[in-house]
Design a protein around this ligand. Structure first.
Ligand SMILES: *[C@@H]1O[C@H](CO)[C@@H](O)[C@H](O)[C@H]1NC(C)=O
Length: 423
């Protein structure tokens, strides 16, 4: 971080402290976080492409070097790429999805969007056009009584190197370049300004998805400062001492909850929630777990979840217990579970564990229901949960829509068949 950036950020931080101390009223959010449970679903793979959610978009390019949204723009002519994206944006999620999500008893959607929807720098091959769809989504959420979380999922330089940040790379460079961070601050200001007067439909802004805190303090120090700046940008969007009612949803940057204990807590800070993502599939050890070990692992998180000092939302999780979904680890990368991922020992065949639910055995579907319920029970020990993801082209084990259609997700999320699954 440059000295200039630090100084600016420190000024903002001081201002936020002062304004918080002077505030007469605590935040009045658009949803009663803490007293009612968040029950929601992510709208993955819509305004930010993910190869595993829509493999056809990538396979149809005929170019195996296209592995993320950056290369989708880089290695195709503009009209070809733009036409494919517009068709995707028009069809992947429509208002009928919002109606179905509301009918399934859910109250929130989390919508990932990339920085490039707002601003593209010189030499960056991203294709724009997402913003009208964000506005549509907000209108549709309002029409169907849903709360919408705007989630900045990709930052300039990539905050984690994952394809779902827009740009897959071996080491991300958002955090090491103060221009990237300043651009991201400006985008959060823009988003906060867009929705500051609509907290009943957009009660939360998540300033950055999954920054790569696993790389250590080089990243974490930048993330902490960025969270301070984001607090000022989201909670004070009027350019004055007037506060918004918008909640700030901070990702835990892959740190244990204890790392964030005491961070931005009331009364000095108002309207901050923490987002944690719980997956039990992205390591060899987890792939080797039995079904009942997957269930006991998530049940075992209940006391940490219930004792955390901010509203804690499990903003991503899945009933899938393998990494079998094609392209899940990246286009052209295999799965740990079947040993096709370089260096991973084979656990078993992926056949019948991913793809269409017509290939799923009844005992697998029973497990999906049990694992889903164990997670819902456990995550409702905190402020609630948002499953990843609403739909996927060919990975039904990840799809809320497929779970509803095939019975491993109940039509009403409070109707549990295994209420004692966690013992
Ligand atoms: C920092 O990022 C900006 C884009 O945000 C880029 O133009 C610039 O070259 C980068 N600086 C360095 C030193 O890499």
């Amino acid at each position: 971080m440059s000295p200039v950036h630090s100084a600016v950020a420190a000024g903002l931080l001081g201002l936020s402290f002062l304004l918080s101390a002077l505030a007469d009223n605590p935040i009045n959010p658009g949803f009663p976080y803490g007293s009612q449970k968040v029950r929601g679903v992510n709208l993955g793979g819509w305004l930010v492409l993910e190869p595993w959610i829509t493999p056809s978009l990538f396979d149809n390019t005929g170019n195996s070097a296209i592995v993320d949204e950056w290369t989708f723009g880089q290695y195709q002519d503009y009209n070809t790429a733009h036409n494919a994206l517009v068709n995707h944006w028009n069809t992947w999620i429509t208002e009928s999805d919002f109606a179905a999500i509301a009918a399934a008893g859910l109250n929130h959607v989390r919508l990932p969007i990339g920085y490039w929807a707002f601003e593209v720098g010189p030499g960056e091959p991203y294709i724009q056009g997402q913003l009208p769809y964000l506005q549509n989504a907000v209108a549709w959420a309002g029409n169907h009584g849903l709360k919408l979380i705007v989630d900045l999922h990709g930052a300039p330089g990539s905050q984690n190197g994952f394809d779902n940040s827009g740009q897959r790379m071996s080491y991300p460079h958002w955090h090491s370049n103060s221009t990237n961070v300043a651009r991201t601050d400006a985008i959060i200001k823009t988003i906060a300004g867009m929705f500051r007067d609509n907290p009943n439909v957009v009660p939360i802004i998540a300033p950055l998805n999954e920054p790569a805190g696993f790389y250590g303090s080089d990243v974490l120090n930048v993330v902490r400062q960025y969270w301070y700046d984001s607090y000022g940008n989201i909670r004070y969007p009027y350019g004055s001492s007037q506060e918004s009612n918008t909640v700030v949803l901070l990702h835990d940057a892959f740190q244990p909850l204890s790392y964030w204990s005491g961070f931005q807590t009331p009364p000095g800070w108002q309207g901050v929630a923490l987002d944690t993502h719980i997956y039990t599939i992205f390591s060899d050890q987890e792939e080797a777990m039995t079904q009942s070990q997957h269930i006991s692992t998530v049940c075992g998180k209940q006391s940490d979840i219930s004792s955390f000092d901010l509203w804690l939302i499990v903003g991503e999780w899945t009933p899938a217990n393998t990494d079998c979904a094609r392209y899940l680890n990246g286009r052209g990368v295999g799965a740990r579970y079947d040993g096709s991922y370089s260096g991973s020992p084979r656990v078993g065949s992926c056949t019948g564990l991913t793809g269409s639910s017509s290939s799923f055995s009844s005992s697998y579907k029973t497990f999906l229901r049990q694992f889903w319920e164990a997670q819902v029970i456990s995550y409702e020990k905190g402020a609630g949960w948002i499953m990843w993801t609403w739909k996927a082209e060919n990975a039904d084990e990840w799809s809320y829509q497929a779970g509803l259609a095939n019975g491993w997700i109940p039509q009403n999320p409070t109707t549990l068949q295994y209420p004692n699954i966690c013992g």
